[in-house]
Design a protein around this ligand. Structure first.
Ligand SMILES: O=C(O)CCC(=O)C(=O)O
Length: 257
């Protein structure tokens, strides 16, 4: 795999990673988990629901973190062989999963943007997440087709190369819209923004310092569901769970971790 885009631009699209026939079951599971996240029943303590509000003040469930602990289907996606190949090519044979997230952006929901940020800002303390520029990879799997209109990811090309971290509160990310004013406030130029287009099963991956975000879903009829995995070289990370040890995958749901 040629990784020059990841190295030069800070992000790279890898098309057709998950076969199309596997997508319907993943969508069904994402929808089932959304119902769980929206409900009032107590959740497994390892899960975290990402919430914000619609413009009229109603509760809006935006995402669910770490569902690989409770869903064999999501854990299977986290450890999908095609994703394992990408991760091991970049991070080596010993890899930890730091975090997984499912993101939901319903069609036409104006309060569904994610502010520009760098994942490195959330991987604290630095003593537990070492050498992030080299040891970290974030990867998103498109479950629906996505582009700028339905809230697909926007990246600031080359932003990973500057030795600068823009600190932002994690919850505040759910209140942004990845618009030009956010970038200007960060002292960055909107000229370098690239909105990626993905088909279901495509992957986009990026670096811990790559500035990225996503706009609201402005389409009228295209939901946007996405699954992300934050991974690190195991030797540089004291958090998360093992995904691969000496190249052998370690499932989370089988061992009940
Ligand atoms: O998928 C999105 O809209 C945002 C994902 C993201 O920013 C992240 O995983 O860091």
């Amino acid at each position: 795999m040629d990784l020059s885009a990841l190295e030069n631009d800070g992000y790279q699209v890898v098309p057709s990673v998950i076969p199309p026939e596997e997508i319907p079951a993943l969508l069904r599971e994402a929808d089932r988990l959304k119902t769980v996240a929206e409900g009032d029943a107590p959740l497994d303590q390892r899960l975290r629901v990402l919430r914000s509000k619609t413009r009229s003040g109603e509760r809006l469930v935006r995402g669910l973190q770490n569902s690989h602990h409770v869903s064999a289907i999501i854990d299977g996606l986290r450890l999908h062989p095609a994703i394992g190949c990408i991760l091991q090519r970049i991070l080596g044979p010993d890899i930890k999963t730091v975090l997984t997230s499912i993101f939901w952006k319903p069609a036409g929901e104006p309060a569904s943007g994610i502010a520009y940020h760098q994942d490195a800002g959330f991987r604290t303390p630095p003593s537990a997440f070492r050498d992030l520029a080299k040891s970290y990879l974030q990867l998103a799997v498109a479950l629906d087709a996505q582009d700028d209109r339905n809230g697909g990811l926007r990246f600031v090309t080359g932003s990973h190369t500057q030795a600068r971290l823009f600190v932002r509160q994690e919850q505040s990310v759910l209140l942004g819209d990845a618009g030009e004013s956010e970038l200007r406030d960060m002292g960055l130029s909107p000229n370098k923004v690239c909105a990626v287009r993905l088909e279901p099963g495509d992957v986009v991956m990026w670096n811990a310092f790559t500035v990225h975000g996503s706009g609201p879903n402005r389409s009228l009829d295209r939901d946007r569901r996405s699954f992300t995995i934050a991974s690190m070289r195991a030797g540089d990370c004291d958090a998360g769970i093992d995904a691969y040890v000496h190249g052998q995958l370690i499932a989370a749901t089988e061992t009940g971790r």
